[in-house]
Structure formats: structure tokens, C-alpha cells
Design a protein around this ligand. Structure first.
Ligand code: NAD
Length: 716
């Protein structure tokens, strides 16, 4: 043994080659401070040993190295810029020293080699990967860029166009694709990896592969003349502007860095990478996206733990109601291998539910993502029925009939009488209290909310609502089923609208009041989409939700929380609903929906909607972007704070994930609590106070006022 660190070792084999093996204690291989220090010491030990003829770098785990240790980022990035710069410069020098070893080096890559793992492989002279390998630089997903030489070595290896595509999208490559692009030198079967790497390093040491030339080109400026460089970087800039837009600084910084470093050698280029990395580490977007990563880990961890505690596995589902939601839920269950009975009260509804599922599968086939066998298997796993007898043996029933408490109570009661004692009942209600629905049941402990989002096959979130009488075992089984169905469960406590709709309706109310105060709904949509970053502005979103659904849900919310959510007088939503302007479903709402000459769907602001609103509207006036954002986002933030204070949701991190996964909250803002934190709690309080006269949805809780005064954080 030449070197033995905590997370890696180096041994000298009989043939004179050294093997550097990553084998982290008790975790996957990742670059935390300890491993970087180990790598530095290991490199020095190899350099000091004149018997070493070459080095193979490999992993003793199912993955090569999954990346940097992201849990270390939050503390590290809170430090001043100079300290982060010192850290990243020092760390990237460790990789340089490894690259500069006087002997050839070969990476033998299995499983994931992502971020720092990919950069380790790039620091080697040659790379052989097995067929399980995925290699890539996903830092952009955290609002960052590679910091251990990735922006320098990858463009010099595969060209700046390809490298920028890798880095700005963050997508990883399987072995064969990486080979085609020149990022690796061979792809072999997993059992041949060790042998192939050894044979490659032997050939290199024997001079059969010119490893010195390969190394030299990685350390030299990019091979581009000025015309090529101009073409390449202006194309990349345009690609990034179109794909990422202005809210995500990381991809822009990558293009700038690679461009400015193109005429520099390794040391000069790395200095630019170091600086770019630090700038990004200090952005709000990086903070938000790293926050999302951590919150996602928390949500996934909680889900897995709960699922493990379930006493019974769900093997068959039923869904009641074959409408938009029922059809979507049946599809999702079937496609993930959970057979499902789909029950409705009329045959045309069942036919429609099945044809919806077939439509999604057909689209998948057109894209080459679904095989004919998969389509047949999925459709066969859905059993349509008009009879209760069809659901008597199922383990879990999801009620998705019309949003009417009386109808739902009757349906749930009938269902309970037609299934086994231990069958779990869930409701997909969007707004009605689970405790209220539980009143019609004999076994309320076997009942909870299971709230999917529309369209079910696309939206990752399922809000699981625990009623007062719901048992822990019921929650565990529903969480397990949600995971089986490929969705992300977040458990919340009961209240009207639960978490997601409870915070969405005050936002809609803020919009309605702003429009009545004279704002143009198109201008509001533009600000909320372009400036704030929502995928749809509120008027467009209401058109998608449907004015009937939105108006009805607003009534349920008003009944449940009258002190804040009383219906807005002359609410534009109600005005449109009364005139049957239902939104996208009948092609007329705030917008008129039609097709352009080429048959592409388009939407235009509806003159009819303006006419309907005008008699109830104050004189038209211009509102600044800041005011529009404040008047919509403060009500949402206030309600989220109340949900946290009342224990409806367990943590700010889970609330943030629920809004990102359920509503498409802009990821670069990291969720509603991260948004408040980025603004600063004291600033948020000051801003909300400025609008407090507009009504209770703008008035903050004592809790947040106190937290702001004490300088506390929701993420402490
Ligand atoms: P929908 O009107 O499209 O479908 C309701 C279906 O229920 C219809 O096919 C109807 O025939 C059927 N039905 C009525 N009474 C029945 C009974 N007694 N037994 C069996 N089937 C019966 O409604 P939807 O949009 O799918 O909404 C269903 C539920 O999901 C509602 O509670 C709604 O609040 C909730 N939800 C809807 C959305 C959404 O965006 N549409 C999102 C989340 C949750």
C-alpha cells in the first residue's frame, strides 16, 4: 500500500502499476473536504514513488464518484467571496497536481461519474468506461458551474460546442455516446473494466498510446481560430438565452468563461473558472437551487421512511370517476405496474377515461418512449366498470368524482360498504376538508386525502392529507402507493384547500383585486411570467384551471376560511364564469383560444373579457412590476406562513417543494419560503405592512413579525 486515506487508497500492483481506489466509508463516493485532502496526499505519495509506471483510478462501489458533497455547500457559500475563491482554487490545484503526475493515468469508470466525479476522470490522461456508466457535469442544476477544471478540460477534449452543450444542459451521457463525442476512449462490459483499464495504462506506459500529447492538448489553449470561436460562442450564447433565459445566470457564465479562456493555457483558464464559480456560488439562484436539492432529499427521505413502515403492500387500486383526474390517475397507476379498476356511473365517461390513457401512450409511442407491448400492457391493467362489485378486492380506492361534498360523502359511504374492512379509502378532493368527508365513514382511520395535480402524468406532486382520525398505517400505505406510482408524496394536515390550494387562492384573490383596481390582466400575466418566472400568469392559469372549477373552489375556501377568503365582490373569475367563459375547456376565458394558420394553438386577450370586467373596474391605471408582484405574492406568502405556523405543513422546505412540484413555482426562486428569505424577513414584513390596508390576506402574522425582529430564518 502506497497510501491509505479515509476514503481512498493507493496500492502498487506487482506489475509496477498503481491503483487509486475510491471507497468512501459508509457512503457513496463523493468529493467532500476529506476526500479532496485524501486525493492530494495520495497524489503526493504516487509522485514520490519512482516505482510507479502508471495509475488506474477506479471505484470500489457501484458508482464511480457521484459529485461534490452538496451538504457542505450551504456553509461554504455563506463565507466571503475571497474564502470561497481560496477554497476552489486550492481544490482545483489538487486535480492539476494529479493531472501532472509523471506517469500515464487511466480512469476506469463504472456507474455515475458526475460533477467532480466526471472532473476526476477528465484529469486522467485516458478514460475507459463500462456499459453501466453515466458521465456528465450537472452543476447547472444547482445554479453553479464545474469548479474542479471541468470547464477547462472538457472543451479541450471534445470541442467547445459539445462541451457547452454538456455543461449548460447538465445532461449526462451513457458510455457509447460519450465515446462517440470523444469524451472517453473505450466502452467495455462491466466484467472487463479492470482488465481494459490495465491494458490501456500498460500500452500508454509502453509508448503505444501518446498520453503526453493527449495531456498537452488538455493543458493548451483551445484549437479555434478567431472566426470559429466567434461562430461557436455566439451560437452557444443564443442557445442559452433561448433555453435558460435571464433568470438562470449559470449557463451564461459558462459560455463567457469558456469563451474568455479559449486562448489561455490551463492555468489561465482555471483562474477564470475559479472566479466564475465563486460569482455563481454567491447568486440567489444558486442558493435557491441548492436549497431545492436539499429539500428534495428531505422529502424523498421522509417518503421512503414512511413507506417502509406500511404494514400492507397495495397491489391493486381503484379509482372512482373517470373524468380528467380519474382517467389520469388510472393511467398513472397502470403505467407503473399497479393494476387499477376505473369505475364511473356512465359508459361514455369510462370510454373517455380510457381514450385519455390511450392518447398519452400514443404520444409516448410517437416519441419512441413507449413500445406497443408497453401500451397494450398498460391499457390491459385498467379495468373499466360501472359496478361496485368490480372493486371489492382492491387494496386502495381513490375517489375522484365531482367536487361536491354531498356527492362525495354518498360515494365514499357506498364504497366503504362494498370493500374489505382493511381497504384504504382516499379522496382526490382539491378543497373539501378531509375531516368533513370522514364524517360519513364508519372507519375514518382508513381514510385520507390523496391529492393529485393536473395533468396527473406530468405533475410530480401528490399531497397526502392526514385527517384527525387517519391512522399512521393508512398514511404509510398511501405514501408507499404514491411512490409506487412514480410520484413525490408530501404529507400535510387537514384544512380547507390543504397546503397548495390554500396558498393559491389568496394569490388569485390578489390578482382579482388588482384587476378591479384598474390593472390590465395581460400586463399582470406578463410581469408574473417574465419578471417573476411563473410558467403561466394568473389569468392564463385560471383559464387552464377552468373558471367553473376556480369559482367553485373559491366558494369552498370562502366557507372554510371566511375571515380571510370571503369571495371578492365582482370577482372577474365569477363574472367570466357567469357568462360561461370557462377558459381553455371551451376556448374562451380571459383569453380566446384558437389555432394559427399553421394549426398551432394560440391565445389572444379576449375583448369580451375586458367588456365584462370594465363596469366593475376602477379607472385603468399602470402598476409597476414591483407592485404587481407584491400584490399577488404577499397573499401567497402570508398563507404559506400561516400553514407552517398552524402545522399544516411540517417544514418550510416541504412547503417549498410542494409549490415547486404542484404549482410550478419558479425553481430559481427556490419556493415561497426561499423567496421570503431571499428578500429578507425584515424587508418582507415592511413590504406587507405597506399593503396591509388592502385586507386580511395582506396582514402578516405575529410569528413572522417576531422572527424578523429576532433575525431568525425559516431554514435554520
Ligand atoms: P370531472 O368532472 O372531469 O370528472 C368527474 C367524473 O366523476 C365524471 O366522469 C362523472 O361521471 C364521475 N362521477 C360522478 N358521480 C360519480 C359516482 N357516484 N361514481 C362514480 N363516478 C362518478 O372532474 P375532475 O376534474 O376529474 O375532478 C374530480 C375530482 O378531482 C374533484 O374532486 C376535483 O376537485 C379533483 N381535482 C381536480 C383537478 C383538476 O384540475 N381537474 C385537480 C386536482 C383535483
Amino acid at each position: 500500500m502506497i497510501y491509505e486515506g479515509q476514503n481512498l487508497t493507493v496500492s502498487l500492483l506487482d506489475n509496477g502499476f498503481a491503483e487509486l481506489v475510491f471507497d468512501a466509508k459508509g457512503s457513496v463516493n463523493k468529493f467532500d473536504r476529506q476526500t479532496i485532502s485524501d486525493l492530494d496526499e495520495a497524489t503526493q505519495a504516487i509522485a514520490a514513488n519512482s516505482d510507479v509506471k502508471g495509475v488506474v483510478v477506479r471505484s470500489a462501489k457501484p458508482a464511480f464518484i457521484v459529485g461534490a458533497d452538496i451538504t457542505e455547500f450551504t456553509d461554504m457559500f455563506a463565507q466571503p467571496e475571497e474564502e470561497i475563491l481560496a477554497w476552489v482554487a486550492k481544490t482545483s490545484k489538487v486535480f492539476d497536481r494529479f493531472e501532472d503526475l509523471p506517469v500515464p493515468t487511466v480512469a476506469a469508470v463504472n456507474g455515475f461519474a458526475l460533477g467532480g466525479g466526471c472532473e476526476m476522470a477528465l484529469a486522467c490522461d485516458l478514460r475507459v468506461v463500462d456499459t453501466t456508466a453515466s458521465i456528465g457535469l450537472p452543476e447547472v442544476k444547482l445554479g453553479l458551474m464545474p469548479g474542479f477544471g471541468g470547464t477547462v478540460r472538457l472543451p479541450r477534449l471534445i470541442g467547445s460546442d459539445n462541451a457547452l452543450e454538456w455543461m449548460t444542459t447538465g445532461k449526462d451521457r451513457k458510455g457509447q455516446q460519450a465515446l462517440n463525442e470523444g469524451a472517453v476512449d473505450a466502452v467495455v462490459a462491466p466484467e472487463k473494466l479492470a482488465e481494459a483499464a490495465l491494458s490501456m495504462v500498460t500500452d500508454a506506459a509502453a509508448g503505444k498510446i501518446d498520453w503526453q500529447a493527449r495531456r498537452a492538448s488538455k493543458k493548451a489553449p483551445l484549437k479555434l481560430n478567431s472566426n470559429e470561436a466567434m461562430m461557436s460562442f455566439s451560437t452557444a450564447q443564443a442557445f442559452v438565452a433561448a433555453k435558460a433565459g435571464k433568470h438562470y445566470p449559470a449557463p451564461h457564465m459558462m459560455v463567457e468563461t469558456v469563451k474568455n479562456a479559449s486562448s489561455l493555457d490551463r492555468d489561465g483558464a482555471l483562474a477564470l473558472e475559479n472566479q466564475g464559480f465563486v460569482k455563481l456560488a454567491k447568486t440567489d439562484a444558486a442558493k435557491a437551487q441548492i436549497g431545492i436539492f436539499m429539500a428534495d432529499q428531505l422529502v424523498k427521505g421522509k417518503g421512503k421512511k414512511l413507506a417502509k413502515s406500511a404494514s400492507k403492500a397495495v397491489k391493486m387500486n381503484a379509482v372512482l370517476g373517470a373524468g380528467i383526474m380519474g382517467g389520469g390517475i388510472a393511467y398513472q397507476s397502470a403505467v407503473k405496474g399497479l393494476p387499477v379498476v376505473m369505475k364511473d356511473i356512465n359508459q361514455p365517461a369510462l370510454d373517455l377515461g380510457l381514450s385519455e390513457a390511450a392518447k398519452i401512450l400514443n404520444k409516448g409511442m410517437q416519441l419512441g418512449k413507449v413500445t406497443p407491448e408497453k401500451m397494450a400492457k398498460t391499457l390491459n391493467a385498467i379495468t373499466p366498470s360501472l359496478e361496485y362489485s368490480a372493486i371489492k378486492d382492491v387494496d386502495l380506492v381513490i375517489e375522484a368524482v365531482v367536487e361536491n361534498p354531498k356527492v362525495k360523502s354518498i360515494v365514499l359511504k357506498e364504497t366503504e360498504q362494498n370493500v374489505d374492512d382493511d381497504t384504504i379509502l382516499c379522496s382526490n378532493t382539491s378543497t373539501i376538508s378531509i375531516n368533513q368527508l370522514a364524517e360519513s365513514l364508519e372507519k375514518p382511520e382508513r381514510f385520507c386525502g390523496m391529492h393529485f395535480f393536473n395533468p396527473v402524468h406530468r405533475m410530480p406532486l401528490v399531497e397526502i392529507i392526514r385527517g384527525e382520525k387517519t391512522s399512521d398505517d393508512t398514511i404509510a400505505a398511501v405514501v408507499a402507493t404514491t411512490l409506487q406510482m412514480g410520484k413525490t408524496p408530501i404529507v400535510v394536515n387537514d384544512c380547507p384547500g390543504f397546503l397548495v390550494n390554500r396558498v393559491l387562492f389568496p394569490y388569485f384573490a390578489g390578482f382579482s383585486k388588482l384587476v378591479l383596481d384598474g390593472a390590465d390582466f395581460v400586463a399582470v400575466d406578463k410581469v408574473m411570467e417574465k419578471q417573476f418566472g411563473w410558467p403561466m400568469g394568473p389569468a392564463y392559469l385560471l383559464d387552464v384551471v377552468g373558471m367553473d372549477t376556480a369559482d367553485h373552489a373559491a366558494s369552498v375556501m370562502a366557507e372554510g376560511i371566511p375571515e380571510r377568503m370571503a369571495k371578492v365582490e365582482n370577482d372577474p373569475v365569477t363574472l367570466l364564469f357567469k357568462e360561461e367563459r370557462l377558459g381553455q375547456k371551451n376556448a374562451k376565458g380571459f383569453y380566446n383560444f384558437s389555432k394559427d394558420k399553421r394549426g398551432k394553438p394560440k391565445k389572444d386577450a379576449a375583448p369580451e373579457a375586458y367588456e365584462l370586467i370594465k363596469p366593475h373596474q376602477a379607472e385603468a391605471s399602470e402598476f409597476s412590476s414591483e407592485e404587481i408582484i407584491a400584490r399577488l405574492m404577499i397573499p401567497m406568502a402570508n398563507e404559506a406562513i400561516r400553514c407552517l405556523e398552524e402545522g399544516i405543513v411540517a417544514s418550510a422546505a416541504e412547503a417549498d417543494m410542494a409549490l415547486i412540484y404542484g404549482l410550478g413555482f419558479p425553481p430559481f426562486r427556490g419556493g415561497i419560503f426561499r423567496y421570503i428569505e431571499t428578500m429578507g424577513l425584515a424587508n418582507f414584513v415592511e413590504l406587507a405592512d405597506k399593503y396591509a390596508h388592502l385586507g386580511p390576506i395582506y396582514q402578516i402574522t405575529d410569528g413572522v413579525r417576531q422572527m424578523a425582529a429576532e433575525g431568525k430564518s425559516y431554514f435554520a
